[in-house]
Ligand binder design. Structure first.
Ligand code: HSE
Length: 317
């Protein structure tokens, strides 16, 4: 096998109460990645469509994640120096960088997933997540896993622990849909993390872990009322909300029309809402449009079911 085409999904990290630990994968939007194995050593990003990304390879998440995988592959195979291996990459970025719906994670997850197949599947999903996290470190300054884990594993995921890395896939209720609004403003993840407090009150921690536990229970029981009650964040959202125009108006109006709840997608600027069923989710997306259309901010909206499979290959090249 010489090459492979991959679809890599957008993701929503945090899911309101699960800062840095919970995430989900979306059906759309998704990036398309063409990856070719080559006998010329090195990694070459030949074309990027849809956006401009850093030319400096050390700052490109796909490059860094793949370089990390190759290093581990060579250690694993105990390569002699004569053996040559390289990759050529083309990226079609449908997920806009800086959107808060896991653009960097989609690149990193897609690349390591594709390379693993082209190399004969030497690595497990958890190892691929580890490599993709190195891409996240370049993009945001921290190697968080709440976007790359759902991108690779699909559905909803929970990071129980970062050291050691312990990630589990959660149940996806069948009728859970997601509405997203992406205001076209810049919120850097590193800045959105910088403004957070490093210490929190015990009373807030108690509320937060109550909500995380109840959210997980609600997902397994497909109890949409419990999911709705659990979508509350008393730690991160109150600080980050100021970064997003009309954030509270969005939340109130979307819930009035039937959304279960929602909040900032990852570090923003996108805002997401969960709904039971496609019909309500589309109405929620319409409300998002109505709230934003009078504002002087360009935006895009999406309505998507949860992507239970995650990153996938679609064609052998
Ligand atoms: N959990 C991360 C954050 C996700 O909220 O900073 C960034 O995409």
């Amino acid at each position: 096998m010489k090459g492979i085409k991959i679809f890599s999904p957008a993701t929503v990290a945090n899911l309101v109460c699960g800062f840095d630990v919970i995430g989900l994968a979306l059906d759309s939007p998704k990036d398309e990645i063409f990856l070719y194995k080559s006998k010329n050593p090195g990694i070459r990003i030949n074309r990027i469509y849809g956006t401009s990304l850093p030319n400096d390879p050390k700052r490109n998440v796909a490059f860094v994640a793949l370089q990390f995988l190759l290093k581990k592959y060579k250690e694993k195979q105990k390569f002699d120096n004569e053996e040559k291996i390289g990759f050529e990459i083309e990226l079609i970025k449908n997920i806009q960088p800086g959107s808060g719906i896991g653009s960097s994670a989609a690149s990193a997850a897609g690349i390591v997933f594709g390379a693993n197949i082209l190399l004969g599947n030497p690595f497990s999903s958890i190892q691929l997540i580890r490599f993709a996290m190195e891409g996240e470190r370049v993009a945001s300054g921290t190697a968080h896993a709440d976007n790359v884990a759902p991108a690779i594993m699909g559905g909803l995921t929970l990071v129980r622990s970062y050291k050691p890395l312990d990630i589990t896939k959660l149940h996806t209720p069948n009728e859970l849909w997601v509405s997203i609004i992406h205001p076209q403003i810049e919120v850097k993840t590193s800045d959105a993390r910088e403004i957070l407090k490093q210490k929190i009150l015990m009373t807030d921690a108690i509320k937060q872990w109550g909500n995380v536990g109840a959210l997980v229970s609600g997902l397994y029981r497909e109890d949409y009322e419990l999911i709705s009650r659990s979508l509350e964040d008393v730690i991160v959202e109150p600080i980050r909300a100021m970064l997003i125009p009309a954030f509270y108006e969005l939340k109130i109006k979307c819930k009035e029309i039937g959304a279960l709840g929602g909040g900032i997608s990852g570090s923003g600027p996108s805002v997401f809402m969960l709904s039971k069923g496609n019909y309500t989710a589309k109405k929620v997306t319409e409300v998002m449009n109505r709230v934003y259309s009078p504002l002087r901010v360009d935006y895009k909206t999406y309505t998507s079911p949860i992507n239970k499979r995650g990153v996938k290959w679609v064609k052998i090249l």
